[in-house]
Design a binder for this molecule. Structure first.
Ligand SMILES: Nc1ncnc2c1ncn2[C@@H]1O[C@H](COP(=O)(O)OP(=O)(O)OP(=O)(O)O)[C@@H](O)[C@H]1O
Ligand SMILES: [Mg+2]
Length: 288
């Protein structure tokens, strides 16, 4: 099916996670029976304290778990099963269905390669573009993520760019294969406050334009309330609460969620109604 022309109702999920469990080789269950589904254009926040299994859930969805970690259960990306799939299938899925953006953009970038060349990589691999078409598509992507002077910046190395620009390059690379699911794992945590807000705005714009489903991992309820419609709250590998962001913030059921909401609200009050990086405060979501 061509993306963009599906009916809004009755369409199949682009991501269906069912009973996902990740075990360490030592037998520790670090992701415990996680289930959720996402349809085209939906935005899901995943929130939880450090070590709660957010990143491992994200990596398991993309079939990118480190050796020594074993996943069980089911992850279907546009209908294709990821758990237990051979590497060839995973490569194909990663080229067409799912992309990741990480906290530190440098992890996605090769320090020795000009950024235009790096953005060209996935365009050649996944979209089969060659020659002048690659060059044009690189510049298009750079414009899409609002990088200034794309012709000049394409010839830069990652260390010649700002952190925010590097994250824009990483987002451009993640978008190159036009994924149906974009997973962003704390994509703004390493950036300073004003840049955070710009990157959030960019992510929201690009997923909206392409009806990309978004999984947005964060430890910050204020940021999640800005980005996501639904939220999963994780603790020690398991989902302890889930629901519409506004409902969860208005009436958190789990004590841990309550503490997350309260700390976001305390920060909000201390800052006079505007948490860092957030254009919209938690209490505003409550009033919606
Ligand atoms: N490669 C690995 N081998 C063994 N255990 C791991 C591995 N990677 C992560 N873990 C453990 O799994 C648990 C969940 O880790 P994960 O990285 O998913 O946490 P997180 O919620 O993303 O935390 P943070 O907010 O700090 O990024 C942690 O206890 C971590 O120590
Ligand atoms: Mg993490």
């Amino acid at each position: 099916m061509t993306r963009g022309d599906e009916p809004r109702t009755g369409e199949l999920p682009v991501l269906a996670v069912d009973g996902l469990t990740v075990m360490t080789s030592g037998g520790r269950r670090v992701v415990d029976d996680v289930s959720f589904t996402l349809r085209a254009g939906e935005r899901l926040g995943v929130i939880g304290e450090s070590g709660s299994g957010k990143s491992l859930t994200a990596l398991a969805v993309a079939g990118l778990l480190a050796p020594g970690l074993a996943a069980a259960g089911s992850v279907r990306l546009s209908g294709t099963e990821v758990i237990g799939a051979p590497e060839a299938t995973l490569n194909q899925v990663r080229g067409s269905s799912v992309s990741l953006v990480f906290q530190e953009p440098l992890t996605a970038l090769d320090p020795l390669m000009r950024v235009g060349h790096q953005i060209a990589g996935p365009l050649r691999r996944h979209r089969g573009l060659r020659g002048a078409a690659v060059h044009a598509a690189v510049l298009d992507l750079m414009r899409e993520v609002a990088l200034p002077e794309p012709e000049r910046l394409a010839r830069s190395f990652p260390h010649e760019m700002s952190g925010g620009q590097r994250q824009r390059v990483a987002i451009a690379m993640a978008l190159a294969c036009r994924p149906s699911v974009l997973i962003a794992d704390e994509p703004t945590t390493a950036l300073d406050v004003t840049v955070q807000a710009e990157i959030l705005e960019l992510l929201l714009r690009v997923v909206d334009e392409h009806r990309t489903a978004l999984v947005f991992v964060s430890h910050d309820m204020a940021v999640v309330s800005q980005v996501a419609e639904r939220v999963l709250v994780m603790r020690t590998g398991a989902v302890v609460e889930e629901g519409d962001v506004a409902d969860v913030i208005a009436a958190p059921r789990h004590p841990y969620t309550r503490s997350l909401v309260e700390s976001a609200r305390a920060l909000d009050a201390a800052l006079g109604g505007r948490p860092p990086g957030a254009g919209q405060d938690v209490t505003a979501v409550e009033r919606r």
